[in-house]
Design a protein around this ligand. Structure first.
Ligand code: F6P
Length: 308
Protein backbone atom coordinates (compact mmCIF):
# COMPACT_ATOMS: atom_id res chain seq x y z
CA UNK A 1 0.00 0.00 0.00
CA UNK A 2 2.93 2.34 0.60
CA UNK A 3 3.87 2.17 -3.06
CA UNK A 4 0.27 3.18 -3.91
CA UNK A 5 0.35 6.07 -1.42
CA UNK A 6 3.62 7.24 -2.93
CA UNK A 7 2.19 7.05 -6.45
CA UNK A 8 -0.94 8.99 -5.49
CA UNK A 9 1.11 11.71 -3.78
CA UNK A 10 3.72 12.08 -6.49
CA UNK A 11 1.20 11.99 -9.37
CA UNK A 12 -0.99 14.60 -7.69
CA UNK A 13 1.93 16.89 -6.95
CA UNK A 14 3.16 16.49 -10.51
CA UNK A 15 -0.20 17.88 -11.64
CA UNK A 16 -0.24 20.63 -8.97
CA UNK A 17 -2.85 19.00 -6.80
CA UNK A 18 -2.51 19.18 -3.01
CA UNK A 19 -2.58 15.90 -1.11
CA UNK A 20 -3.62 15.18 2.43
CA UNK A 21 -3.02 11.77 3.97
CA UNK A 22 -5.79 10.43 6.18
CA UNK A 23 -4.48 8.36 9.07
CA UNK A 24 -6.21 5.17 10.20
CA UNK A 25 -8.77 4.98 7.41
CA UNK A 26 -12.29 6.28 7.86
CA UNK A 27 -11.70 6.80 11.60
CA UNK A 28 -9.13 9.42 10.67
CA UNK A 29 -11.58 11.04 8.30
CA UNK A 30 -14.10 11.34 11.14
CA UNK A 31 -11.52 12.58 13.64
CA UNK A 32 -9.73 14.93 11.25
CA UNK A 33 -6.53 12.92 11.66
CA UNK A 34 -4.91 14.40 8.55
CA UNK A 35 -1.35 14.98 7.50
CA UNK A 36 -0.24 17.09 4.57
CA UNK A 37 1.83 14.99 2.19
CA UNK A 38 4.59 16.37 0.02
CA UNK A 39 6.83 14.61 -2.48
CA UNK A 40 9.47 14.02 0.21
CA UNK A 41 7.04 12.64 2.79
CA UNK A 42 6.75 9.52 0.68
CA UNK A 43 10.47 9.01 0.15
CA UNK A 44 11.87 5.57 1.00
CA UNK A 45 8.52 3.87 1.47
CA UNK A 46 8.14 2.02 -1.83
CA UNK A 47 10.02 -0.93 -0.34
CA UNK A 48 8.08 -1.05 2.94
CA UNK A 49 5.24 -3.40 3.85
CA UNK A 50 2.12 -2.22 5.68
CA UNK A 51 0.98 1.38 5.32
CA UNK A 52 2.55 4.55 6.71
CA UNK A 53 -0.95 5.97 7.09
CA UNK A 54 -2.08 2.99 9.18
CA UNK A 55 -5.39 1.27 8.80
CA UNK A 56 -8.46 0.62 10.93
CA UNK A 57 -11.92 -0.82 10.69
CA UNK A 58 -14.36 2.01 11.45
CA UNK A 59 -17.75 1.22 12.97
CA UNK A 60 -18.57 4.92 13.23
CA UNK A 61 -18.27 5.41 9.48
CA UNK A 62 -21.13 2.96 9.10
CA UNK A 63 -23.40 5.54 10.77
CA UNK A 64 -24.84 8.63 9.07
CA UNK A 65 -23.56 10.83 11.95
CA UNK A 66 -20.05 9.48 11.51
CA UNK A 67 -20.08 10.13 7.79
CA UNK A 68 -21.47 13.64 8.36
CA UNK A 69 -18.49 14.42 10.65
CA UNK A 70 -16.18 13.01 7.98
CA UNK A 71 -17.76 15.20 5.32
CA UNK A 72 -17.54 18.30 7.53
CA UNK A 73 -13.81 17.61 7.93
CA UNK A 74 -13.40 17.28 4.18
CA UNK A 75 -15.09 20.66 3.64
CA UNK A 76 -13.00 22.27 6.41
CA UNK A 77 -9.78 21.01 4.83
CA UNK A 78 -10.75 21.69 1.22
CA UNK A 79 -10.77 17.99 0.33
CA UNK A 80 -12.82 17.44 -2.82
CA UNK A 81 -11.84 13.89 -3.73
CA UNK A 82 -10.81 10.71 -1.94
CA UNK A 83 -8.57 7.88 -3.04
CA UNK A 84 -9.61 4.88 -0.94
CA UNK A 85 -7.20 1.95 -0.83
CA UNK A 86 -8.62 -1.34 0.42
CA UNK A 87 -11.09 -4.09 -0.24
CA UNK A 88 -14.84 -4.65 -0.07
CA UNK A 89 -15.36 -2.81 3.24
CA UNK A 90 -13.37 0.22 2.12
CA UNK A 91 -15.22 0.38 -1.19
CA UNK A 92 -18.64 0.04 0.39
CA UNK A 93 -17.83 2.99 2.66
CA UNK A 94 -16.51 5.00 -0.30
CA UNK A 95 -19.57 4.31 -2.40
CA UNK A 96 -22.04 5.35 0.30
CA UNK A 97 -19.99 8.44 1.18
CA UNK A 98 -19.67 9.49 -2.46
CA UNK A 99 -23.38 9.09 -3.12
CA UNK A 100 -24.44 10.79 0.10
CA UNK A 101 -22.30 13.90 -0.15
CA UNK A 102 -21.35 14.11 -3.80
CA UNK A 103 -17.65 13.99 -2.99
CA UNK A 104 -15.55 12.31 -5.67
CA UNK A 105 -14.27 8.86 -4.68
CA UNK A 106 -12.03 6.40 -6.44
CA UNK A 107 -11.03 2.98 -5.15
CA UNK A 108 -7.65 1.27 -5.34
CA UNK A 109 -7.80 -2.49 -4.72
CA UNK A 110 -5.52 -3.42 -1.84
CA UNK A 111 -6.00 -6.87 -0.33
CA UNK A 112 -3.86 -9.97 -0.31
CA UNK A 113 -6.93 -12.08 -1.07
CA UNK A 114 -7.13 -10.98 -4.73
CA UNK A 115 -10.91 -11.25 -4.63
CA UNK A 116 -11.83 -7.86 -6.07
CA UNK A 117 -13.61 -7.74 -9.41
CA UNK A 118 -12.26 -5.32 -12.02
CA UNK A 119 -8.55 -5.99 -11.74
CA UNK A 120 -6.34 -8.97 -12.58
CA UNK A 121 -4.48 -8.57 -9.30
CA UNK A 122 -4.89 -6.64 -6.07
CA UNK A 123 -2.06 -4.91 -4.24
CA UNK A 124 -0.37 -7.28 -1.81
CA UNK A 125 -1.50 -10.49 -3.46
CA UNK A 126 1.75 -11.25 -5.26
CA UNK A 127 3.84 -10.56 -2.17
CA UNK A 128 1.59 -12.74 -0.02
CA UNK A 129 1.72 -15.48 -2.61
CA UNK A 130 5.50 -15.47 -2.68
CA UNK A 131 5.70 -15.44 1.12
CA UNK A 132 3.34 -18.41 1.29
CA UNK A 133 5.31 -20.22 -1.40
CA UNK A 134 8.63 -19.71 0.36
CA UNK A 135 7.18 -20.84 3.69
CA UNK A 136 5.65 -23.97 2.16
CA UNK A 137 8.95 -24.76 0.41
CA UNK A 138 10.63 -24.70 3.81
CA UNK A 139 7.98 -26.91 5.36
CA UNK A 140 8.43 -29.35 2.49
CA UNK A 141 11.93 -30.14 3.79
CA UNK A 142 10.46 -31.56 6.98
CA UNK A 143 7.62 -33.27 5.13
CA UNK A 144 10.08 -35.04 2.83
CA UNK A 145 12.71 -35.90 5.43
CA UNK A 146 10.19 -37.29 7.91
CA UNK A 147 7.71 -38.81 5.43
CA UNK A 148 4.91 -36.64 6.77
CA UNK A 149 1.64 -35.22 5.58
CA UNK A 150 1.38 -31.48 6.18
CA UNK A 151 -1.84 -29.50 6.15
CA UNK A 152 -0.84 -25.90 5.56
CA UNK A 153 -3.41 -23.15 5.95
CA UNK A 154 -2.96 -19.96 3.99
CA UNK A 155 -4.99 -16.75 4.20
CA UNK A 156 -8.16 -16.13 2.25
CA UNK A 157 -11.26 -15.65 4.34
CA UNK A 158 -13.60 -15.99 1.38
CA UNK A 159 -11.25 -16.66 -1.49
CA UNK A 160 -8.90 -19.41 -2.60
CA UNK A 161 -6.54 -17.47 -4.86
CA UNK A 162 -3.56 -17.66 -2.50
CA UNK A 163 -4.24 -21.33 -1.76
CA UNK A 164 -4.65 -22.39 -5.38
CA UNK A 165 -1.62 -20.56 -6.71
CA UNK A 166 0.74 -21.25 -3.81
CA UNK A 167 -0.43 -24.87 -3.88
CA UNK A 168 0.44 -25.25 -7.54
CA UNK A 169 3.76 -23.47 -7.07
CA UNK A 170 4.76 -25.81 -4.25
CA UNK A 171 3.48 -29.05 -5.76
CA UNK A 172 0.69 -29.64 -3.26
CA UNK A 173 -1.08 -32.98 -3.54
CA UNK A 174 -4.43 -31.36 -2.79
CA UNK A 175 -5.72 -27.79 -2.57
CA UNK A 176 -8.90 -26.97 -0.70
CA UNK A 177 -10.62 -23.67 -1.43
CA UNK A 178 -14.00 -22.20 -0.54
CA UNK A 179 -15.03 -21.73 -4.19
CA UNK A 180 -15.08 -25.51 -4.72
CA UNK A 181 -17.20 -28.20 -3.08
CA UNK A 182 -14.67 -30.54 -1.51
CA UNK A 183 -15.27 -33.85 0.20
CA UNK A 184 -13.29 -35.94 2.66
CA UNK A 185 -13.76 -39.02 0.46
CA UNK A 186 -12.13 -37.26 -2.47
CA UNK A 187 -9.22 -36.13 -0.32
CA UNK A 188 -8.76 -39.63 1.16
CA UNK A 189 -8.85 -41.03 -2.37
CA UNK A 190 -6.07 -38.69 -3.36
CA UNK A 191 -3.97 -39.93 -0.41
CA UNK A 192 -4.71 -43.56 -1.31
CA UNK A 193 -3.64 -43.08 -4.91
CA UNK A 194 -0.52 -41.23 -3.82
CA UNK A 195 0.40 -44.06 -1.46
CA UNK A 196 -0.01 -46.62 -4.24
CA UNK A 197 2.29 -44.57 -6.46
CA UNK A 198 4.96 -44.61 -3.77
CA UNK A 199 4.58 -41.07 -2.46
CA UNK A 200 5.99 -40.83 1.04
CA UNK A 201 5.13 -37.28 1.94
CA UNK A 202 2.43 -34.83 0.98
CA UNK A 203 1.43 -31.22 1.30
CA UNK A 204 -2.19 -30.15 1.34
CA UNK A 205 -2.81 -26.42 1.04
CA UNK A 206 -6.02 -25.23 2.66
CA UNK A 207 -7.56 -21.78 2.29
CA UNK A 208 -8.55 -20.19 5.57
CA UNK A 209 -12.12 -19.92 4.30
CA UNK A 210 -12.47 -23.61 3.34
CA UNK A 211 -15.98 -24.69 4.24
CA UNK A 212 -15.55 -28.49 4.48
CA UNK A 213 -13.83 -28.36 7.87
CA UNK A 214 -11.15 -26.41 9.72
CA UNK A 215 -7.58 -27.30 8.88
CA UNK A 216 -7.14 -28.99 12.28
CA UNK A 217 -10.31 -31.03 11.74
CA UNK A 218 -9.11 -32.08 8.31
CA UNK A 219 -5.86 -33.30 9.85
CA UNK A 220 -7.72 -35.12 12.62
CA UNK A 221 -10.07 -36.87 10.21
CA UNK A 222 -7.16 -37.87 8.00
CA UNK A 223 -5.38 -39.36 11.02
CA UNK A 224 -8.52 -41.39 11.83
CA UNK A 225 -8.59 -42.68 8.26
CA UNK A 226 -4.85 -43.33 8.01
CA UNK A 227 -3.69 -44.08 11.59
CA UNK A 228 -0.16 -44.89 10.42
CA UNK A 229 0.31 -41.43 8.84
CA UNK A 230 2.47 -38.84 10.55
CA UNK A 231 0.48 -35.62 10.19
CA UNK A 232 1.22 -32.00 11.08
CA UNK A 233 -0.63 -28.71 10.69
CA UNK A 234 0.88 -25.29 10.02
CA UNK A 235 -1.18 -22.11 9.93
CA UNK A 236 0.83 -19.47 8.10
CA UNK A 237 -1.32 -16.54 9.28
CA UNK A 238 -0.31 -12.90 9.21
CA UNK A 239 3.24 -13.57 8.05
CA UNK A 240 1.55 -13.42 4.63
CA UNK A 241 0.42 -9.84 5.11
CA UNK A 242 3.78 -8.25 5.80
CA UNK A 243 7.27 -7.78 4.50
CA UNK A 244 8.84 -5.93 1.61
CA UNK A 245 6.51 -5.90 -1.40
CA UNK A 246 7.45 -7.89 -4.50
CA UNK A 247 8.45 -6.14 -7.72
CA UNK A 248 5.08 -6.98 -9.29
CA UNK A 249 3.23 -5.44 -6.35
CA UNK A 250 5.31 -2.25 -6.43
CA UNK A 251 4.67 -1.82 -10.13
CA UNK A 252 0.97 -2.59 -9.77
CA UNK A 253 0.59 -0.16 -6.85
CA UNK A 254 2.45 2.54 -8.78
CA UNK A 255 0.15 2.09 -11.78
CA UNK A 256 -2.99 2.10 -9.65
CA UNK A 257 -1.98 5.15 -7.60
CA UNK A 258 -1.23 7.02 -10.81
CA UNK A 259 -4.45 5.69 -12.37
CA UNK A 260 -6.51 6.84 -9.38
CA UNK A 261 -5.30 10.44 -9.60
CA UNK A 262 -5.50 10.71 -13.37
CA UNK A 263 -8.95 9.08 -13.25
CA UNK A 264 -10.17 11.72 -10.80
CA UNK A 265 -8.67 14.43 -13.02
CA UNK A 266 -10.75 13.07 -15.93
CA UNK A 267 -13.83 13.50 -13.78
CA UNK A 268 -14.32 9.85 -12.88
CA UNK A 269 -15.98 9.08 -9.58
CA UNK A 270 -17.49 6.05 -7.87
CA UNK A 271 -15.13 3.79 -9.78
CA UNK A 272 -12.19 1.57 -8.92
CA UNK A 273 -8.90 1.76 -10.76
CA UNK A 274 -7.66 -1.68 -11.78
CA UNK A 275 -5.16 -3.26 -14.12
CA UNK A 276 -6.32 -5.78 -16.71
CA UNK A 277 -3.96 -7.28 -19.27
CA UNK A 278 -1.44 -4.60 -18.28
CA UNK A 279 -3.78 -1.69 -18.95
CA UNK A 280 -5.30 0.64 -16.38
CA UNK A 281 -9.07 0.22 -16.42
CA UNK A 282 -11.93 1.64 -14.36
CA UNK A 283 -14.84 -0.38 -13.01
CA UNK A 284 -17.93 0.98 -11.26
CA UNK A 285 -17.20 0.60 -7.58
CA UNK A 286 -20.54 -1.14 -7.18
CA UNK A 287 -19.39 -3.92 -9.54
CA UNK A 288 -16.06 -4.17 -7.77
CA UNK A 289 -17.93 -4.85 -4.53
CA UNK A 290 -20.67 -7.13 -5.79
CA UNK A 291 -19.05 -9.15 -8.55
CA UNK A 292 -16.24 -11.59 -7.92
CA UNK A 293 -13.21 -12.81 -9.80
CA UNK A 294 -13.72 -16.40 -10.84
CA UNK A 295 -11.26 -19.07 -9.82
CA UNK A 296 -9.46 -20.36 -12.91
CA UNK A 297 -10.90 -23.85 -13.43
CA UNK A 298 -8.00 -24.82 -15.66
CA UNK A 299 -5.62 -24.22 -12.76
CA UNK A 300 -7.64 -26.63 -10.64
CA UNK A 301 -7.38 -29.28 -13.35
CA UNK A 302 -3.66 -28.64 -13.72
CA UNK A 303 -3.14 -29.00 -9.96
CA UNK A 304 -4.91 -32.38 -10.00
CA UNK A 305 -2.94 -33.66 -12.97
CA UNK A 306 0.40 -32.54 -11.62
CA UNK A 307 -0.21 -34.05 -8.19
CA UNK A 308 0.22 -37.59 -9.65
O1 F6P B 1 -9.12 -9.71 4.05
C1 F6P B 1 -7.81 -10.09 3.96
C2 F6P B 1 -7.42 -11.05 5.02
O2 F6P B 1 -6.07 -11.27 4.83
C3 F6P B 1 -8.16 -12.39 5.07
O3 F6P B 1 -7.67 -13.36 4.21
C4 F6P B 1 -8.00 -12.75 6.50
O4 F6P B 1 -8.99 -13.61 6.93
C5 F6P B 1 -8.13 -11.44 7.17
O5 F6P B 1 -7.60 -10.49 6.29
C6 F6P B 1 -7.49 -11.34 8.50
O6 F6P B 1 -7.88 -10.14 9.06
P1 F6P B 1 -7.48 -9.67 10.51
O7 F6P B 1 -6.07 -9.17 10.41
O8 F6P B 1 -8.43 -8.61 10.84
O9 F6P B 1 -7.56 -10.88 11.39
Amino acid sequence: MNAAIRAVVRTAIYYDIEVVGIREGYNGLIQGNFTKLGARSVSNIINMGGTILKSARSLEFKTKEGRQKAYDNCVAHGIDALVCIGGDGTFTGAQIFGEEFGIKVIGVPGTIDNDIFGTDNTIGYDTALNTAMEAIDKIRDTATSHNRIFFIEVMGRDAGFIALNSGIATGAIDILIPEETDSLEEMFNTFEKAKKRGKNSSIVVVAEGETLATTYELAKKTKEQFPEADIRVTILGHIQRGGAPSCADRVLASKLGYGAVTGLMKGLTNVMAGVRSNHIVYTPIEDAIRKHNEINQELLTISEILAL
